[in-house]
Design a protein around this ligand. Structure first.
Ligand code: HEM
Length: 363
């Protein structure tokens, strides 16, 4: 009886097996350094990791880590189903003569020049390296989630660069940015706000070129939710002698506020999502990682890529004393309530008099 039904059982089992890929036995491989991965092609990335952490990033969440993260966005978002561009394909490096001339890419010559020798030394594609470096940069920023990494992006082919105008500018309004992000990668308004958590580990070099490295929040070397709190403060001053294009007054001395971040915190399409991340790090981490993973494969069919997420090191937690707060000298009265359906969460101010946030040391 059992043998008579065996073919039926086998057919049924293979159907279930095919439908639930998770049950498929993994092709585990042990790399030369003893690490275990799901696909042996991923082993090639451990030497890259061991090189770039000390030698490209100085093992810190500083200027080079910030630049690598921004570069991953500018390469990936250069994609439109109707206007062209190859997405996360490394075209920003391979066709830098074209893409660095786009005004939105100002300043990216720095991370590109930093990354090129490592790309050459490890003989990987620029598209893969840009997204790998960004995923690794986050592991150096305490509080950031561990994001994934897919390998297999081929070299971009001409005419890969899309037209100018695909990368959002800080002087674009919220509608324009949301439309662009939906077109580039199907991102929802909440996805876009979540991606802006990246501005927690960030600053501006070119918005006001007289003050390079001016941070967007008071804690640019940790991935926390201070960006969502501090951009909601009433703007009172510019960090430089005069505002740059796409800059508005910030609420904290030494901090630079992008007009786009300011508007995202206040526009009715995004203000409640913005507020929902203030003080809620787990929510921010989850939403950011989900959107970032989708961003890093724009322009590719995931079936053509290999999941090498197991090469990405564990995330670093935020220090236990890094609670969300108002900057010293501020009160909840300084918060500009924008979301109509819920109150902004309450935070206490750091003790002491108001201080100025120092610039991010430039590499
Ligand atoms: C969607 C609208 C966005 C706009 C308008 C925008 C705009 C800007 C601008 C103007 C700067 C300053 C550049 C400079 O002067 O050096 C900047 C920095 C930065 N951005 Fe964005 N950004 C956006 C989204 C993103 C996303 C999605 C990411 C990554 C996931 C990102 C990551 C960064 C990082 C890490 C920096 C700091 C770079 C550094 O310190 O060297 N941004 N952004």
């Amino acid at each position: 009886m059992f043998f008579m039904n065996l073919p039926v059982i086998l057919v049924a089992f293979s159907a279930i097996h095919a439908a639930y890929g998770a049950f498929t036995p993994k092709r585990r491989a042990t790399c030369a350094g003893g690490q275990t991965v799901n696909n042996e092609a991923c082993c090639a990335w451990f030497p890259v990791l061991e090189d770039i952490v000390p030698n490209m990033f100085d093992t810190e969440c500083g200027d080079d880590a910030h630049g690598a993260l921004r570069l991953s966005f500018h390469d990936a978002v250069g994609f439109s189903p109707t206007h062209g561009g190859g997405g996360a394909d490394g075209s920003i490096i391979v066709f830098q003569d074209t893409e660095l001339a786009f005004p939105a890419n100002a300043g990216l010559d720095d991370p590109i020049n930093t990354e090129i020798p490592f790309i050459k030394a490890h003989n990987v594609t620029p598209g893969d390296f840009i997204q790998f470096a960004a995923a690794v940069s986050l592991t150096l920023c305490p509080g950031a989630p561990r994001v994934g990494f897919m390998m297999g992006r081929p070299m971009p082919l001409a005419p890969s660069p899309g037209p100018d105008g695909l990368v959002p500018e800080p002087f674009d309004n919220v509608d324009v940015i949301l439309e662009r992000m939906a077109d580039a990668g199907g991102f929802s308004p909440t996805d876009v706000v979540a991606l802006l958590a990246s501005h927690s580990v960030a600053g501006a070099d070119t918005v006001d070129p007289t003050i390079p490295g001016t941070p967007f929040d008071s804690t640019p070397s940790v991935f926390d939710t201070q960006i969502f709190i501090e951009v909601q403060l009433r703007g009172t001053q510019f960090p430089g002698s005069q505002p740059g294009q796409g800059e508005v007054m910030s609420g904290v001395m030494g901090e630079l506020r992008l007009q786009s971040d300011h508007l995202f915190a206040r526009d009715s399409a995004t203000n409640c999502a913005w507020q929902s991340f203030a003080g809620n790090l787990p929510r921010t981490q989850n939403a950011f990682a989900s959107a970032f993973n989708r961003m890093s494969i724009i322009g590719h069919n995931p079936a053509d890529l290999i999941d090498c997420s197991d090469v990405i090191p564990a995330a670093l937690p935020l220090p236990a004393d890094a609670a969300p707060h108002l900057p010293a000298g501020q009160t909840m009265e300084d918060i500009e309530q924008a979301c109509a359906t819920a109150a902004f969460p309450t935070f206490a101010a750091l003790p002491g008099p108001a201080t100025s946030i120092p610039a991010i040391p430039q590499s």
